[in-house]
Design a protein around this ligand. Structure first.
Ligand code: ADE
Ligand code: ZN
Length: 337
């Protein structure tokens, strides 16, 4: 089953480019850019990655990304992620980035976007992975700040597939950003939002009703609300679940306690993703393997999860059909269990 999971063609729909910064590259960039870090070695960095909750992770995540300063840095970061992903069967990526985390430090939006984009182009050429970019607003900052970055991104509208919402969830409900998401929709941009990771099921409902999202990121708290589950099932709303992240950030105590299998059994359109793989210890296939093992998922459920990943993507109909046909062909060519 492990080789099957590693190689099955898949899409990753929930990965923050800043969360793919492995300790080795963090140290190399701190030297290249003369940015001091509170760590002297890769081992010290890894040892710091013990989290009690989302905020304790975010504090390190924002500190770590201080080493990212030039387009070359963002290019190297993006391409290193795609290389690792390609080795795990990833065929398509929809990548989040947090522009406010960089513009606030004086790194211009264009520097960030140019670097990520050239990394994505190189990844397409070298590894055959197609990709899209999702601009995320930081929900711990104001709605005015989000609106400002959206307006700043307007000339680059065609380089962005969607907008998203991330960072500290509790106390920052989707309703805070309704006007920003209205503006993004007026620009023709679809949206996604982190909701129901640490926050309550009511935040998922707000994301649907007020932000009109096309996907919910995480969404694991939906099982607290039966009417919401019925609505999500009926609309086949995708939920981009990140199992290793959820365990690392103590959303669930252990992988055995994760509700992913229950979500599948309720008929929800679940996908499996890595979120911040450099911080949580695993890329897309690692997440699928960890969940499969702990929850004893069947081969049919593994196939369902990867099929969902393509169906839930922002790809157009013909690209989706091509990748789904690739998946079906790959599965058909595997020996039976
Ligand atoms: N930013 C990066 N990872 C995140 C997560 N898991 N939740 C919210 N914001 C994030
Ligand atoms: Zn996330």
């Amino acid at each position: 089953m492990d080789a099957f999971i590693q190689q099955i063609p898949k899409a990753e729909l929930h990965v923050h480019v800043e969360g793919t910064l492995e300790p080795e590259l963090m140290l190399a960039l701190s030297r290249r850019n003369g940015v001091a870090l509170p760590y002297a070695s890769v081992e010290q960095i890894r040892a710091a990655y013990e989290f009690d909750n989302l905020q304790s992770f975010l504090d390190l995540y924002y500190a770590g990304m201080a080493v990212l300063r030039t387009s070359q840095d963002f290019h190297d970061l993006t391409l290193a992620y795609l290389q690792r992903s390609a080795a795990q069967g990833t065929r398509h990526v929809e990548m989040f980035f947090d522009p406010q985390a960089h513009t606030e430090r004086g790194v211009p939006l264009e520097v960030v976007m140019d670097g990520i984009e050239s990394g994505l182009d190189a990844g397409r050429d070298q590894h055959g992975i197609s990709s899209m970019l999702i601009l995320c607003f930081l929900r711990h900052l104001s709605a005015e700040s989000a609106m400002e970055i959206l307006e700043h991104a307007r000339p680059h509208r065609d380089r962005i597939a969607a907008v998203g919402l991330d960072s500290s969830e509790l106390g920052h409900p989707p309703s805070k950003f309704q006007k920003v998401f209205d503006r993004a929709r007026d620009m023709g941009l679809p949206s996604v939002a982190h909701a129901g990771e640490e926050g309550p099921a009511a935040y998922i409902t707000e994301a649907l009703d007020l932000l009109r999202v096309a996907r919910v990121d995480h969404g694991v708290r939906c099982l607290d609300d039966d009417a919401l589950v019925a609505r999500l099932v009926e609309s086949r709303m995708p939920l981009t679940v990140c199992p290793m992240s959820n365990v690392k950030l103590r959303v669930f105590d252990t992988m055995d306690d994760h509700n992913l299998r229950a979500m599948l059994e309720r008929g929800l359109c679940v996908t499996i993703n890595s979120d911040d793989p450099a911080y949580f210890g695993g890329y897309a296939a690692d997440n699928l393997a960890a969940a499969q093992r702990a929850l004893d998922l069947s081969r049919a459920q593994v196939i369902e999860l990867t099929r969902n990943s393509f169906e839930a993507s922002f790809l157009g109909a013909s690209d989706k059909a091509r990748l789904l046909a690739e998946l079906d062909g790959w599965v058909a060519a595997q020996p039976a269990d």
